[in-house]
Design a protein around this ligand. Structure first.
Ligand SMILES: Nc1ncnc2c1ncn2[C@@H]1O[C@H](COP(=O)(O)OP(=O)(O)OP(=O)(O)O)[C@@H](O)[C@H]1O
Length: 308
């Protein structure tokens, strides 16, 4: 079953069209990542899907509920993080969670149980009795997500969950996100980190100038752009010249004595390249393989038309 289904979604602010007909589908229990340059409309999309902003046109179903006809039904199923307004800096982490639990109508005993459980899950037990004002960025983000989970959402919108976190905190957050999905939760993630989408997302969509310019798995998107090559570096210009005559469609950098041979970087390709160089007595100083990454995809799909 699809957790999120969007057809023909449009939104303008005044004369500015932000979303110009978006179609997407997110299967239950998967991670979907929306990528796009600054101003592409990612936050607007999340705000629409989470009932905070009304679309101009299009149909949206979240957890089977029609967004226009049953926004309350949608709100019951979802959690949205990235809104630090939900937490009070003067209260401790534990007090914030207890407050949230009471807002969700847990009785006192249940509220204590769910709070203890979340503090343990998010590794916040030591910090539980400290005011939030003393928390690091990583701890705040963990608490923010813990607060969202109090309501047991089955679909969670994560708007840039790891922006500004150090590498270790990012990995901790990734682990938590993966565990949620393993437990059946659906995640709609926006991120400006392509490696994050690569690492986490089952499917990725690239938003640019109000349209989805590509959708697929990370591997599918990477196949859409050329850029895989074997990079050969030589010790002298003669070597570079000789090698350049042996292969087709190469690009060269005379200053760096580098030749790029298009190819997928697989073992047969590499063996073929080396055998050919050997057969012609050309020595190579260094060989590296470059496979396209999501950065290449992102730049190829969004850069040509200029930023927003
Ligand atoms: N309430 C509003 N009124 C007018 N324009 C708006 C409003 N909200 C968003 N916009 C405009 O819509 C465009 C998309 O904004 P949005 O915040 O959705 O982009 P984004 O992809 O999340 O960008 P970023 O990565 O910078 O957060 C921007 O040009 C923004 O200025």
């Amino acid at each position: 079953m699809a957790a999120i289904e969007v057809t023909g979604l449009r939104k303008s602010f005044g004369a500015k069209t932000v979303l110009d007909g978006i179609d997407l589908e997110v299967p239950s229990g998967t991670i979907f990542s929306l990528l796009g340059p600054n101003g592409a409309g990612k936050t607007t999309t999340v705000q629409i899907l989470s009932t905070l902003v009304r679309p101009d046109a299009g149909t949206v179903r979240v957890g089977g509920h029609d967004l226009a006809r049953d926004p309350a039904g949608v709100r019951k199923l979802i959690g949205v993080t990235g809104q630090f307004s939900a937490v009070d800096s003067l209260l401790t982490g534990e007090e914030n969670l207890l407050l949230m639990a009471r807002l969700h109508h847990y009785d006192k005993r249940e509220a204590r149980a769910v709070t203890a459980d979340l503090l343990a899950t998010f590794d916040l037990e030591d910090a539980a009795k400290r005011p939030l004002a003393t928390y690091s960025g990583g701890m705040r983000r963990r608490l923010d997500l813990a607060m969202t989970l109090v309501g047991r959402p089955s679909i969670i919108f994560l708007d840039e969950p790891t922006t500004g976190l150090d590498p270790r905190s990012r990995r901790t957050m990734w682990g938590i996100i993966r565990k949620l999905v393993a437990d059946g939760v659906t995640i709609f993630l926006t991120t400006q980190y392509l490696d994050e989408a690569d690492e986490l997302a089952d499917r990725i969509a690239v938003l640019d100038h109000g349209k989805l310019v590509a959708q697929g798995t990370a591997a599918e998107l990477k196949r859409m752009v050329p850029g895989g090559h074997v990079r050969l570096r030589f010790t002298d210009p003669g070597g570079l010249d000789s090698a350049a005559r042996l292969f087709e469609d190469t690009t060269r950098d005379d200053e760096a004595l580098v030749l790029r041979v298009p190819g997928d970087g697989g073992v047969p390709t590499l063996r073929g390249v080396l055998d050919r160089l050997d057969a012609h007595g050309v020595d190579v100083a260094e060989l590296t393989v470059h496979t396209p990454d999501l950065d290449d995809v992102f730049l190829a799909l969004t850069a040509a038309k200029g930023g927003a």
